[in-house]
Design a protein around this ligand. Structure first.
Ligand SMILES: [Cu+2]
Length: 439
């Protein structure tokens, strides 16, 4: 019954939107006109010119380079979301809600109907010579329950403070980001900035998966989340950095502990961890970064273990005619102290053709040593897990500020035979989803 509840809520939302909204004009296809061109509306043209005028939060570069936290994506990434002016403030709004039927195959699999969502508001205004920025992001993910959703071979965080979540993806916290930033120009093409969040995202890893074009349409969290971007919700972070042309160098101090099982609270703890990241966007098509951090006691259930994390990633955006294509290759290494060193690899891509179809794919390889709990004879063994996911979304309805689509994805795995007794020899997982997205 719960399943039908979520789907009918989304259907009701689509009916309300269609009753109130003008039909979105989508005959034109290139990126600029794709943005918000409702022919009858003068304000949307004003918004568009303002959107082009909006500059980066952390320096003198185009806004389209901004991704989650202080991370950068390729400047050529299409500008989704809604842009408005509110007095002195320029604002951007991003958001989506997915209703998902999730089936994970094999003996350790499970099925569940869930909803994922995110609403993000960003605002900026000039203050003195610089730019003041505010960012807020919330998610209704905690409504899916403390155990999150079934996801084979996913590990990380806890639902009860006693057991690790295994073969499940934890829900994100209700407060995903509450952050303030200020950047001040040094010369005409360089700036210094400060960013503080509770929660916020430290300078570590590529943009978080739900914020990068190559990964955002895929409803499955990456298995590499805990090698690359799991620090995106950090309860307490301060980042100082500088930008110069195409380069950004930044350092963070932050609370290294990952969020606990209470998903609606604000957690506080000392800023005991640190990271540094070098980003380089040599052309509008590319975003490159390397980063390194030390996470002090990241896991609630293993407080005596700290971790060094190193990541490197390259993201490439190519737009032609009505098509927008982004691909990212990323590597992350977790070096537990005391403990083992494991690597995670990710290659993901998304292609949006016209305004209706998006095709996405993700290939990952992780070395996971957390698939079995204490007491299990397999506990502590590290397994190389390979996963491939392919999927598509069809946006069948467009309104002035939103679009609605249906989608599906399928995942397959390659793993050592020793795991056959636990996972079956050949599990297949899939997700079917209906989603509404601000656009
Ligand atoms: Cu996460």
């Amino acid at each position: 019954m719960k399943k039908y509840g979520i789907f009918s809520a989304l259907l009701a939302l689509s009916i309300i939107l269609s009753a109130h909204a003008q039909e979105h004009d989508h005959h034109s296809s290139d990126k600029d006109t794709h943005s918000k061109t409702t022919p009858s509306s003068q304000t949307t043209h004003d918004m568009e010119s303002m959107q082009h005028a909006m500059r980066g939060f952390y320096g003198a570069y185009p806004m389209s380079r901004e991704a989650s936290g202080t991370s950068w994506q390729p400047e050529a990434t299409p500008a989704d979301g809604i842009h408005t002016n509110m007095g002195e403030w320029s604002t951007m709004w991003h958001g989506f809600i997915n209703a998902i039927y999730d089936h994970q195959g094999g003996p350790r699999g499970d099925s569940q109907t869930i909803s994922q969502s995110m609403l993000m508001g960003m605002g900026q205004r000039s203050l003195g010579e610089g730019t003041l920025g505010l960012r807020g992001m919330i998610s209704l993910d905690p409504m899916m329950g403390k155990r999150g959703y079934p996801l084979l071979f996913q590990t990380g965080e806890t639902a009860d403070g006693e057991n690790h979540l295994v073969d499940r993806q934890h829900p994100h916290d209700f407060f995903m980001e509450l952050a303030v930033s200020y950047s001040h120009p040094i010369t005409s093409d360089s700036s210094a900035f400060i960013y503080a969040g509770l929660p916020g995202e430290p300078a570590l890893g590529p943009p978080a998966f739900m914020h990068r074009f190559s990964g955002m349409e895929n409803p499955e969290a990456p298995l590499t989340h805990h090698w690359l971007d799991s620090t995106h919700i950090t309860f307490g972070v301060v980042t100082l950095g500088a930008t110069w042309h195409t380069v950004k160098l930044e350092g963070s101090v932050f609370n290294g502990r990952e969020p606990d099982q209470y998903r609606y609270n604000i957690e506080t703890r000392e800023l005991d961890s640190a990271s540094a990241r070098l980003s380089w966007n040599p052309t509008p098509a590319w975003a490159l970064q390397i980063s390194h951090g030390r996470l002090e006691s990241p896991e609630l259930l293993e407080p005596e273990v700290s971790m060094k994390r190193t990541t490197a990633s390259a993201s490439y955006q190519h737009n032609w005619r009505a098509n927008q294509w982004q691909t990212m290759l990323a590597w992350g290494r977790n070096n537990k102290d005391p403990g083992i060193t494991t690597d995670g690899w990710l290659l993901e891509s998304a292609l949006r053709t016209g305004n209706q179809f998006t095709y996405f794919g993700r290939i990952e390889r992780v070395e996971n040593g957390e698939l079995f709990e204490h007491g299990d004879p397999m506990h502590g063994r590290v397994f190389k897990i390979n996963k491939v996911t392919l999927g598509t979304v069809y946006d069948f309805a467009r309104y002035t500020y939103a679009k609605i689509g249906v989608g599906a994805s399928v995942s397959r795995y390659v793993f050592p035979d020793d795991l056959n007794d636990y996972y079956g020899s050949n599990p297949t997982s899939y997700m079917l989803f209906l989603r509404a997205k601000l656009d």
